[in-house]
Design a protein around this ligand. Structure first.
Ligand SMILES: O=C(COP(=O)(O)O)[C@H](O)[C@H](O)COP(=O)(O)O
Length: 321
């Protein structure tokens, strides 16, 4: 293989494409797929020297990192795997990388189950939960409550423009949960019936701000006004270590075609029309009642303590080395 060939495995390239195109989506699922892609990079690497192996792995991590900017679970997953890559020979490096990626994926599953049990304790028998977007962490709380024999109902916001709420509705119906699907604009009206708002997170900042699918912040403000508690289900891989040193979380802007379908009256025949399509927004900590993680539930303002414990004060970008 030529020296300037990054040697990124085709499986990594296809995972990166699937994440960018949102065929793989949701922060936890993205992290899991990224770790699996690094394992496959290690498995399929044809590197003949440890240095070449490491270079290829870094290039693979970088191509995954550059797919979507907002969910910190992605760089956290890449960092975790790269830090565990250890050995003096290609065989040892391969083995340690695969083992580390497998450990990450196992921990991710276990953390979600544990978080679900903790979150389920906040849900009482007969409660009605309003959801936004599709979050596997949030669903884990509802599933654990159902497993504990509680009856839960859901009001599911559709979540324009990509309607991930439909995935939530389908998965809850598979568990026989009574579901009312509503358009986003109806949320405030239906909050009067809800006992909780339950959402996931793509990133949580050191001040307890929650970055999640666009529309979360408006929902949280309305929920506060209606007296409905807001619960954020987020494994600790959603904690954004860079925010401890003042960095902000980049909000992904997506293609206008997600907003304007081809059959819409307003199409690109109007050259002057500006369409903006931010995928996420920031909910200030004062509108969040609890952040539920696998390490317990926290008021948002105290999440920084957990962040320091887990990440220390500094982070690096090993794929840039
Ligand atoms: O905002 C989204 C998904 O956005 P997108 O569809 O743009 O990826 C989800 O609420 C979080 O990622 C949490 O999901 P999970 O709990 O599964 O990690």
């Amino acid at each position: 293989m030529a020296d300037d060939d990054p040697g990124v495995a085709p499986t990594v390239e296809s995972t990166a494409e699937d994440i960018a195109a949102m065929r793989i989506r949701g922060a936890a699922t993205i992290a899991d797929a990224a770790a699996a892609a690094l394992a496959s990079q290690a498995d399929r690497s044809e590197a003949e020297t440890p240095a070449a192996f490491r270079r290829q792995l870094r290039a693979a991590a970088k191509s995954l990192y550059e797919t979507r900017p907002t969910a910190v679970s992605l760089p956290n997953a890449l960092r975790y795997v790269l830090r565990g890559t250890d050995g003096e020979t290609v065989a040892d490096l391969r083995k340690s990388t695969i083992a580390r990626a497998e450990a990450f994926r196992r921990d991710l599953d276990q953390a979600q189950d544990k978080l679900g049990e903790i979150g389920a304790n906040r849900l009482r028998d007969g409660d009605i939960v309003m959801t936004h977007c599709h979050s596997t962490d949030a669903l884990s709380c509802i599933e654990a409550a159902l497993d504990a024999g509680k009856e839960i109902e859901a009001i599911v916001k559709e979540t324009r423009p990509r309607k991930q709420g439909h995935i939530t509705a389908r998965q809850l119906r598979e568990r026989d949960v009574p579901v009312t699907l509503i358009v986003d604009n109806a949320a405030r009206r239906y909050l009067d019936r809800a006992d909780h708002v339950l959402v996931g997170a793509d990133s949580i900042a050191a001040d307890g701000s929650v970055v999640n699918k666009v529309g979360t912040s408006g929902l949280a403000v309305n929920a506060r006004e209606r007296g409905v508690p807001v619960m954020v289900a987020a494994q600790t891989i959603k904690l954004h270590p860079d925010t401890m040193t003042g960095h902000t979380v980049e909000i992904e802007m997506r293609d206008e075609r997600e907003v304007l379908a081809a059959e819409d009256d307003l199409d690109d025949a109007d050259d002057g029309l500006v369409v903006e399509n931010p995928a996420f927004d920031v909910t200030p900590p004062r509108y969040v009642d609890a952040i539920v993680t696998e390490r317990g539930q926290f008021p948002p303002e105290s999440i920084v303590t957990l962040m320091r414990e887990l990440f220390g004060e500094t982070t690096d970008e090993p794929w840039e080395a």
